[in-house]
Ligand binder design. Structure first.
Ligand SMILES: Nc1nc2c(ncn2[C@@H]2O[C@H](COP(=O)(O)OP(=O)(O)OP(=O)(O)O)[C@@H](O)[C@H]2O)c(=O)[nH]1
Ligand SMILES: [Mg+2]
Length: 275
């Protein structure tokens, strides 16, 4: 177990608490002050007392998100903030957060956005799926998943991006660009975080692909993805272009050492939904 267990004379922790205390939830933030209090409140309500360490990774948000997170952490008791000096992309923030969680002994790590696009109430379902999978993905593109706020054109672009990446990489996972996932420690250790290069959307594709390449068992569960109602999206054309350009590179780099294994085999590693 990653956490020290006191002997008979020390303070005792119930088995449930010991087990759950190794769950970490990592949330990268940049200018999310309008969302953070609601996020923390809904996360805790959704977890219904199940312990989880909440780690906010803030890139020096000018709107004071970092300071607000510190204030919320003092009231929460199971929350901490990793401050980084400047905006360096969601991928770099996640790598820093994952490393911190692993170093602290996390046995499973949830990643999610701060803008409530990933419903905090869905975390417990994701955790349940991760009981039997190395990586559980909240998916918009399996039966029951949805993006109700999106226009037809946005749906087509996002769907097209997922199909493009899926086809090129030869994997069965439907939602490759989504960022709502629960990692087992084993899977996070298998993806070689020090080698990850993606910064924007491509980070999500890259990590899931790395997990599949490493033979991890991946499961998708349906989620409804809602648009943010507060704060600004950091999404931009450059991030989309980075993802489009990076997929062939990922395929080249990550399949090269294992030519003996055809890419089509990868789909067998993914289960769940209709993927
Ligand atoms: N620390 C850090 N967090 C970031 C950075 N860029 C985005 N984020 C956070 O990553 C999460 C997702 O960013 P969003 O701007 O919502 O982007 P998105 O969800 O991909 O795009 P939308 O669908 O338009 O909302 C949010 O919690 C952001 O605050 C960054 O450079 N550093
Ligand atoms: Mg968002």
């Amino acid at each position: 177990m990653p956490h020290a267990v006191a002997g008979p004379s020390g303070p005792s922790l119930s088995p449930a608490r010991l087990r759950s205390h190794s769950t970490w939830i990592v949330v990268p933030t940049y200018n999310e002050a309008g969302n953070l209090p609601e996020l923390v409140r809904r996360l805790r309500a959704g977890l219904r007392g199940e312990a989880a360490r909440l780690l906010i990774v803030d890139d020096g948000s000018p709107d004071g998100t970092g300071l607000l997170a510190e204030r919320l952490a003092r009231a929460d008791g199971d929350m901490q903030v990793l401050h980084r000096t400047s905006k360096d992309g969601i991928g770099a923030a996640y790598v820093a957060g994952f490393r911190a969680a692993l170093a602290a002994g996390a046995t499973r790590v949830v990643q999610m956005d701060a803008d409530m696009s990933h419903a905090p109430e869905d975390v417990s379902r994701l955790l349940a799926a991760a009981e039997t999978a190395d990586l559980a993905i909240g998916s918009r593109y399996v039966a029951g998943g949805a993006t109700p706020d999106w226009s037809l054109s946005r749906r087509l672009i996002s769907r097209g991006g997922s199909i493009y990446a899926r086809t090129l990489l030869g994997v069965g996972v439907r939602d490759l660009t989504g960022g709502f996932k629960c990692w087992s420690r084993r899977a996070l250790e298998a993806v070689a975080l020090e080698q990850v290069r993606g910064r924007g959307y491509v980070f999500q594709i890259e990590l899931t692909y790395r997990a599949l390449r490493a033979g991890m068992r991946v499961e998708e569960i349906p989620i409804e993805f809602r648009d943010r109602t507060r704060g600004q999206s950091k999404m931009c054309g450059a991030i989309v272009l980075e993802a489009i350009a990076a997929v062939p590179r990922l395929r080249r780099e990550l399949t090269a050492p294992r030519l003996a294994r055809p890419a089509a085999d990868l789909s067998l590693a993914s289960i769940g939904g209709d993927g």
